[in-house]
Write a protein that binds this ligand. Sequence first.
Ligand code: JFZ
Length: 584
Amino acid sequence: MSKSKTKLAGKREEKIDASMWGKQSTRQERPGATRCEWFRRSKFAMFIHWGLYSQAGGRWKGKTYYGIAEWIMHLARVPAKEYETLAPRFNPVDFNAIEWVRLAKAAGMKYIVITAKHHEGFAMFRSKVSRFNIVDATPFKRDPLKELAKACRKEGLKLGFYYSQYQDWHEPDAAGNSWDFKQKGDFNKYLHEKAIPQIKELLTNYGPVALIWFDTPGNISREAAQELLDMVRKLQPGCLVNGRLGHGLGDYISLGDQEVPLTAPKRLWETIDTHNDTWAYAWCDHRWKSARELVSRLVRVVGLGGNYALNVGPTGRGVIPAESASILRQVGQWVSRNSESIYGSEPSPLGRQAWGCSTLKSGKLYLHVLNWPSDGELWVPGLKANVKGAYLLTTRRNLKFSRKGGILRIQIPKLAPDSIATVIVLDVAGAIKARGRGKYVYNGLVNEMDAPFAKLVNCRHGKRSWMEKFGDWHHVDVVENWSNGSSARWDVTALKPGMFSLCADYECQPDAEGSELEMSLGETRWSFPVLCTGGGACGRVRIRHETLGTIAIPKAGKYTLSIRGLDVKGESAFLLQKLTLEPV
Ligand code: JFZ
């Protein structure tokens, strides 16, 4: 990830030292298997960003700051003393813990993680450590975390607390507030006088805590991170710690924000996602992901063995925005109909297919069909398993199937039974294996040849992460470092003959404009120039989806699809995200 980010925040360029985001933990201490079992089975969670910033709602003194609204104090450079003036106005009288927990339950979520103290330094719980908390500093006077803990116990959900252990913009001895506190503070003082005592309060006063969700470890020392971990283990041995404590510590891997990966860690992992483009409530952000988009992200994460924690941002009055709640209920109806394919499932060996992804559980393979074939057949190539039966999960309607040339062909209804995603169950006897990880090209569906699955010569796999507004992270896997003779290739198996539109998704910065690349699929070969896509300068990636031509695949069988650099200009100014074969 780039060392520093030049970001547009409002009119002003914003320099954020990305070290504040901390390095995502890659090495994990071997998680206690039993401690993690509930987490592994849960798959789906509610993340809640709720704090003093919710009262601001992305605005300060009448000006709107676009991006993640919990950073309003930072974006508007609000001095700590001035920021405190929010507290007397923060009175979330409409907060109703049981309503929130019942919404999470209705959505199919099994645990909740809520911001106990975010970077702003304000404690959303009664704290004897600092009076800058919701009980002492606001007219609300109540402890919402206490009410939430009680509601979670009543409704059978687990509860975890997000705690920003390194950044605290209210405290001169913590990290992150460079606009107000000019001299470097004594982090150790902050750690032992605020962070550790407050985390102790959270682990002592709220009953069983399922998870402490640390964030932005920045330059926290290994000793400090270890001290925090030891305290959690001592006070609540059953409490998990996420992967953003720092120094690779934690029970599981936390991916980057809003990251739905194409490949996943082999260890336990979780990704967190915004419903719109901000974690905290922002008056101006109505870009809610649809139920279909959310289910697609959920099943893709679960299909790779991860947990998907979807965020809500309640308002300053304590209300989860109605649109967000309504969409979560739609997601919940889908999850409820298809819960057997989600909870307690394992990733399937099939990997992602053009029609969707799949999970595995006790001798059944659950095919999550997001893209419904229109020709009445769903093909499952490469599956080495003794399939005894196939049926629609929700109706239990049996489906006819046959196996031809190593391909399982399932007769399916013309129209998708479920407009969000239809789950087909395969009853299997014995082991379930997938032959190779080769890419299959389906007629009638969009076939994506993504960067991570390419075999490369003289170029390399890479990744780009960037913010569009501020804090709204986007991630793409790419092939980078192209030069003349570099190539990326995918060995694919065409399931049927057909005509396809071949497209490339790439970024090209100005000095790579006009670079010549050569496409080849089987006997067909041609070159094309790449065109500038306008990315780069602002630090944002701009991907162009370009149709390179229409090609015929004359017969079913194995082909190599490759792209090669003929005359490549510029240093890594060309990034290839994927090639797609689309039905024509
Ligand atoms: C952090 C916070 O700064 C943000 O406000 C929000 O709470 C989010 C869930 O976590 O933001 C991050 C932290 C880490 C990465 C990106 C954003 N990362 O490592 O890519």
